[in-house]
Design a protein around this ligand. Structure first.
Ligand SMILES: Cc1cc2nc3c(=O)[nH]c(=O)nc-3n(C[C@H](O)[C@H](O)[C@H](O)COP(=O)(O)OP(=O)(O)OC[C@H]3O[C@@H](n4cnc5c(N)ncnc54)[C@H](O)[C@@H]3O)c2cc1C
Length: 356
């Protein structure tokens, strides 16, 4: 039975991540949002404290946390800056195809590398012409003797410019759609692999989002994940297992909206009273708190299902979709609570709105 009660260990983990967000992320979030620079120092410290790659199994030197544990950390980091949380979380996204379908040797090499050094990895699925429609991907993988030749372009790939390796997907024949897709893992410094244009985004600006280009990349069987043709199933399982964490990012945004709005509403006066005394303002803040509770319960359940081997795609999809919708609503309302000031960079709520 699903039981959202957290263990003492999980409560302690939340406190560590919350302190890190307050001390190391909140003070610099506006700067990295403004410049779009890669927050290397923050990432290095997060890695040193043990807040990155927390789901990598203990056998590979990781903490071996559950999806619930990883999502709890993600929520706290996202409270500080959802762009920074997205980049940290994307290492897990990149790791999942290996955790799902990698051999022991592949896991040791690639997942082990994330534990050995503060490096990044990316999950390269989306393409310029294929985002929602994963089965419509055009990146080609063609057998050549014992090897495979990879050609194509990926887009919107989180951490792409800074990643040391990519997990990705390509098709042997686009007309086969989901049946033709094969998963692979490849180092960034492999001949023919490069990253391309970095997106200049509306929000989540501290996270790097860029193209990945494959030009006549020669792969061996060691680079394939699972069997040829199993890629679509691996990609979908990766989404099922990563969506709770994306919903946890939404929770972080929502909680920040509620806390910032509450504090401002108690301090800002109109018509001789704090705006917190106007019922229209109370409604908005109350709805943020309702959203916080609802979204958290949704992703806790989705994460619990992942951890307990319950394969129910809809739970994690609902958590992510509803979480994202409510994060957007709460951030829009937070800007409203702040009035004109909400529209300026003097306060953090306009960033929350762009990030959501
Ligand atoms: C900040 C950021 C980070 C990302 N990181 C990664 C990453 O690390 N790795 C990766 O692989 N991808 C990543 N993505 C890509 C993301 O997964 C895609 O943007 C997403 O899948 C949507 O694809 P698209 O942008 O091509 O939109 P499209 O698929 O072209 O959709 C356009 C619009 O049409 C709607 N639509 C599409 N199909 C339907 C349908 N059947 N019915 C109704 N409406 C529909 C969509 O909801 C959307 O509103 C990232 C994107 C962003 C913005």
């Amino acid at each position: 039975m699903f039981d959202p009660t957290l263990t003492d260990e999980q409560e302690a983990l939340i406190q560590t991540a919350r302190r890190f967000a307050a001390e190391k992320i909140v003070p610099v979030a506006a700067k990295y949002d403004e410049t779009g620079e890669w927050p290397a120092d923050v990432f290095r410290e997060a890695w040193e404290v043990g807040l990155m790659n927390v789901e990598i199994p203990e056998s590979l030197g990781g903490l071996g946390l559950s999806t619930v544990g990883g999502s709890l950390v993600t929520e706290e980091l996202a409270y500080g800056c959802s762009g920074i949380a997205t980049s940290i979380m994307a290492n897990h996204l990149a790791s999942l195809p290996l955790m799902i379908a990698g051999t022991d040797a592949q896991k040791e090499r690639y997942l082990g590398s994330l534990i050995a050094d503060p490096i990044f990895a990316s999950y390269a699925c989306s393409e310029p012409e294929a985002g929602s429609d994963v089965a419509g991907m055009q990146t080609r993988i063609v057998q050549d003797g014992d090897d495979w030749i990879l050609n194509g372009q990926k887009r919107w790939i989180t951490n792409a410019s800074h990643a040391s390796w990519y997990t990705g997907f390509a098709t042997t024949d686009p007309s086969l759609r989901h049946k033709g897709i094969t998963a692979f893992v490849v180092p960034k410094d492999h001949p023919g692999v490069s990253s391309g244009k970095k997106e200049d985004k509306l929000g989540q600006r501290a996270s790097d989002t860029a193209d990945v280009i494959f030009e006549d990349v020669r792969l061996s069987a060691d680079n394939l994940l699972g069997e040829p043709g199993q890629g679509f199933a691996i990609a979908m399982e990766t989404f099922d297992k990563s969506r709770p964490m994306i919903a946890a990012i939404c929770s972080g945004i929502i909680r920040r909206c509620a806390e910032e709005s509450r504090a401002y509403a108690l301090e800002r006066k109109t018509f001789g009273v704090p705006i917190a005394q106007h019922q229209a303002v109370q409604f908005m803040i109350a709805e943020m708190v309702m959203a916080e509770e609802a979204v958290k319960l949704l992703w806790l359940k989705a994460a619990w299902e992942v951890d307990n081997g319950i394969k129910r795609t809809s739970t994690s999809a609902i958590a992510k979709a509803y979480g994202a919708d409510l994060a957007m609503k709460c951030a829009t309302d937070a800007v409203q609570v702040f009035g004109g000031y909400g529209y300026t960079k003097e306060y953090p709520v306009e960033k929350l709105m762009r990030d959501a």
